[in-house]
Design a protein around this ligand. Sequence first.
Ligand code: ADP
Ligand code: ZN
Ligand code: ZN
Length: 736
Amino acid sequence: MPVPTFLRIAVPSPLRRSFDYLPPKGVDIDTLQAGQRVRIPFGRQVQIGVILAIRHESDIEPKRLRHVLGVLDQTPVLTEELLALLQWASDYYHQPIGEMLANALPVLLRKGQPAQARAEVRWQLTASGSTASATELQRAPKQAALFTQLRHAHPLPLSAPDFAAQHTHWRPPLRALIERGWVEKRLLYGLSTSNGTVEDPLPVNSEQQAAIEAITARAGEFACFLLDGVTGSGKTEVYLGVIAEILRQGKQALVLVPEISLTPQTVARFQRRFACPIAILHSGLSDRERLDAWLAAAANEAGIVIGTRSALFTPLAQPGVIIIDEEHDTSFKQQDGVRYHARDVAILRARRLGIPIVLGSATPALESLLNVEQGRYQSLKLSVRATGAALPPIQTIDLRGQPLLHGLSKTLTDTLRAHLARGEQALLFLNRRGYAPTLCCHDCGWLADCPRCDARLTFHAGHQRLRCHHCGTEQVLMPSCPDCGSTALRALGQGTERIEEALAEMFPAVGVIRIDRDSTRRKGAMQTMLDSIHSGEKQLLVGTQMLAKGHHFPSVTLVGILDADQGLFGADFRASERMAQLIIQVAGRAGRADKPGQVLLQTYHPEHPLLRSLLTEGYAAFAAQALRERREAELPPYTAMAILRAEATDRDRPLGFLSKAYELASGLADASVELLGPLPAPMERRAGRFRAQLLLQAPQRGPLQHLLTAWLPALDELAEGRKVRWSIDVDPADTL
Ligand code: ADP
Ligand code: ZN
Ligand code: ZN
């Protein structure tokens, strides 16, 4: 009697489990492997799943199991390494394994398309072929002729038309050369490559050199480095130096960046420096291009893979190093759908692969700094700007009692005028897009609220519309007050659009450019705007945090921060950390080249202790103080945190579900796990749904994980849970 075989399969579904199936009829069991995609009956539908394991037992009676309908892949699309990583992430973040896997796969693979690239077939000499001599082929003149042609082209590979142009019946001798081990097939994936010319590296300074050496010395083993370098210190140059060595060893580099479309300059630097094909996974790729890039990385055809968060799950044939640029950036945390932190999972991936990982930032996350303090990460410091430029001093402007014109103090306006008069560029930062955050009736006090959220609608003058920045609701600007009919509607407060308008009025002779999510929506818009800044055509820049992301504007000498107070009293415990990072990053755009920079920061709270330590002693001192406060308040990174969130169109249901969840947890939890709530979310109503949350905290991860493992399956069973939308967020990026 043959041993029964079952396939454990991950199916994209919100259910927190995998499913057992019988092997497909008439398929040889020995051809099946974990990581292959299969078509399966699921409920009344046919779904694409991934084999997690081949087993000889099942908790379900074989009679009740269904057969897999078909196997889609001959070889696994997910390697053992990635499967194990995704399984770990699914367990740690308590996200359904099927969704975790689906999130990692390119869309076309998710939809069941074949895992085949649109690659071009070429042939080239192997290492032994390149040192061989045609005299060995005297008795095979056809092979000799083909060999000579390949030799001339070496190291470039040749295509079928190349051979056909010079030989008839070239396939048999080519096959013979392949059998001899002199020639190999190559697949070209249409990745971006430099056009043969490669830029020389800059001569690095001693700190950069020390960082490159420290990292490359650990090639081939796990080590986590925090490259803590001030803005403009040449971190990118360190990445490039490390990657050059990794490529020399025949290995690949995986680079994660916050947002590729916003920093075309950085990507261009990689392309100019290396001759190898680079897979760039940006949001503008078609599904087809994304799949090709993914397969190229898996086939070792891409020496470098650069992408945002989800590129973390790209298969690598010869992994050599992982680099996380701007590691503090919140975009590495996926907030909806499957929740996970790409930086943290990347560290685990590096550990399992036994390769170094580099986290780079001028403003490291408090988590990362604590890890350095506790000896888990090695800190590498770049303390000066690579160009020799000085870091700009930050001066505060006390707004109390000062007259403001469009949100600008006189000091800021005067300084701005002086810089512009010298022909220099200036950047004004305001993290609020739109014209004004509030529209108000001057006669009756009516305010334009979002009908679906506990929030105000933002007035966008360009489109003459009111828009909710939380749910996307849009209304055409009304001609008069809906309550009293008055036409005296006033825009209160400032957004980037309004500042742009005010600046254009104040400085009619210089061009103003606005960079925010609205102005950069069109494809290529960002690049066009960056070009007009680099060419000097525009002298004044106003924008949101998009401006803070790694740009290098050599002629910007003045940075004005219009409102530093948003972060000081934010509802979330990370608000001040985010504010400090933004201030330092934005300030870091000033004076990066030969002319010295200056930063002016407007605040109503110049004596706020965190702001003071940031401005007088710098980010490291701020971070040390912020960490002390976190420890005293028993908050992450000194504690482990998770949030159970629930929402529904009815106000009571989320709280009802969370109360039940609370009861269940109290029965299961170790005394060290603290349960806070349930409470309505700080913004209770969003997009027509009422939201509530239950916060879980423990001094150690162990007991919290233990509770989650027992608790979540119980929550899945709760009747109250079916009437709400709920989710678990482990290591939440915010508590909002
Ligand atoms: P970061 O990523 O730390 O903000 P970059 O790597 O973008 O810094 O470097 C900032 C600027 O300094 C760039 O214009 C870069 O070309 C230049 N740079 C980097 N390293 C050196 C060096 N060793 N010597 C001279 N200039 C350098
Ligand atoms: Zn009114
Ligand atoms: Zn809304």
